[in-house]
Design a protein around this ligand. Structure first.
Ligand code: SF4
Length: 82
């Protein structure tokens, strides 16, 4: 379910390059998807967020969406913005 990336890192199979589709991703991209191993997902997945702490977009997320023909996520209004 994983592949080696360098000497010390393993990544989910299917995410090696664009457009990429993780082997654990179920569903139809752009409609409804879910992670089939969500409770057991690795550190890279747990640390990846679609936006940074300051609310700015994560370009890697937008790039992954673009690779599948999807627009960037619309920025969510944060409670602190109100
Ligand atoms: S969160 Fe789940 S579906 Fe997404 S890359 Fe990680 S293992 Fe794959």
């Amino acid at each position: 379910m994983t592949v080696r990336l360098g000497e010390h890192v393993r990544i989910m199979a299917g995410t090696e390059g664009p457009p990429g589709r993780c082997v654990a991703l179920e569903g139809r991209i752009g409609h409804f998807v879910t992670c089939s191993i969500y409770d057991r997902r690795g550190t890279l997945c747990r640390e990846f967020n679609p936006e940074h702490d300051d609310g700015s977009p994560n370009e890697m997320c937008d790039r992954a969406r673009r690779a599948h023909g999807l627009p960037p996520l619309e920025r969510q209004e944060k409670l602190s913005d109100r």
